[in-house]
Design a binder for this molecule. Structure first.
Ligand SMILES: Cc1cc2nc3c(=O)[nH]c(=O)nc-3n(C[C@H](O)[C@H](O)[C@H](O)COP(=O)(O)O)c2cc1C
Length: 173
């Protein structure tokens, strides 16, 4: 099975999750895993994979712009055979602050006729809590719980998630 883990990451949190997933999948038999920054892999190449994990931080309630661009630039004349799973890191543990990421990627999958296998979400240390404080002072304490994440438990859960998704993708083929 050919697997792509494509992610966007500004301060490294989502990258850490991507790397943990790749480590988790490293012992999967007959499997090649490519780990790439989303801007380094043209969506035209997504068709070379059986399973794709897309990773994004929540930025201003939704997915990072390069992730959105990748889906928007997916060639409309291809008939994708890959399955897709999502991973999201977010600063504020309130679904209203990152839930749009899940809904948007699900809607892209629906449009592309791609099977969506699920999502992994965990906190990632929020670096701009001062900016958040200007608009949502009541969320500052919640955002501060992101400090130190992703931690070792998050990384293990991410690796387990990747293996679980891989097993489901294999079972369905
Ligand atoms: C400009 C900016 C906007 C953000 N907007 C949100 C947001 O809307 N909701 C949220 O939960 N976290 C938000 N965060 C926090 C990030 O989603 C979180 O820290 C994430 O783990 C960063 O991932 P990265 O290190 O891979 O870039 C924001 C962070 C930045 C820098």
């Amino acid at each position: 099975m050919n697997i792509l883990i494509a992610f966007y990451s500004e301060s490294g949190n989502t990258r850490k999750i991507a790397e943990a997933m790749a480590r988790g999948l490293s012992s999967a038999p007959d499997t090649v895993v490519d780990l790439q920054h989303i801007e380094e892999v043209s969506p035209a190449r997504w068709g070379n994979y059986d399973l794709i994990f897309i990773g994004t931080p929540a930025i201003s309630w939704t997915v990072a712009e390069p992730v959105k661009n990748a889906f928007e630039n997916f060639p409309s004349d291809t008939c994708p055979v890959f399955k897709l799973a999502l991973f999201v890191t977010y600063g504020v543990p309130d679904i209203r602050f990152y839930g749009e990421c899940i809904e948007l990627i699900k809607s892209y999958c629906q449009k592309m006729n791609v099977e969506y296998l699920g999502e992994f979400c965990c906190q990632g240390e929020h670096r701009v809590i001062d900016r958040l404080a200007e608009k949502f002072p009541e969320k500052v304490a919640l955002a501060q719980t992101s400090i130190g994440h992703p931690d070792a438990v998050d990384l293990q859960r991410a690796a387990d998630f990747a293996v679980d998704i891989y097993s489901r993708a294999i079972d369905e083929t």
